[in-house]
Design a protein. Structure first.
Length: 82
């Protein structure tokens, strides 16, 4: 995806489990991610459609939201943007 779909040209970083070396259900994934991007957990908002992944990110102190639909996403994002 990074090269073939051009994601490397669009995004600042690519943080897939295979690049981090941990699965998202393991809080170590998010600790490593935060270290790589040099952000504090409370400075980070994580969205996922898996409750397990959301719980894992939340366990390290990140702001988290469960993605269920685009309409729900827009509604929830309002509280972060306003």
């Amino acid at each position: 995806m990074v090269h073939k779909l051009g994601f490397g040209e669009i995004f600042d970083g690519f943080y897939a489990s295979s690049h981090i070396g941990e699965i998202k259900s393991n809080p170590a994934f998010f600790r490593r991610l935060l270290k790589q991007i040099e952000f504090k957990p409370k400075e980070t908002l994580f969205w996922d459609d898996s409750p397990t992944h959301v719980d894992s990110a939340k366990s390290v102190g990140m702001h988290t939201e469960l993605y269920t639909s685009y309409e729900d996403f827009k509604k929830k994002m309002d509280k972060y943007l306003n």
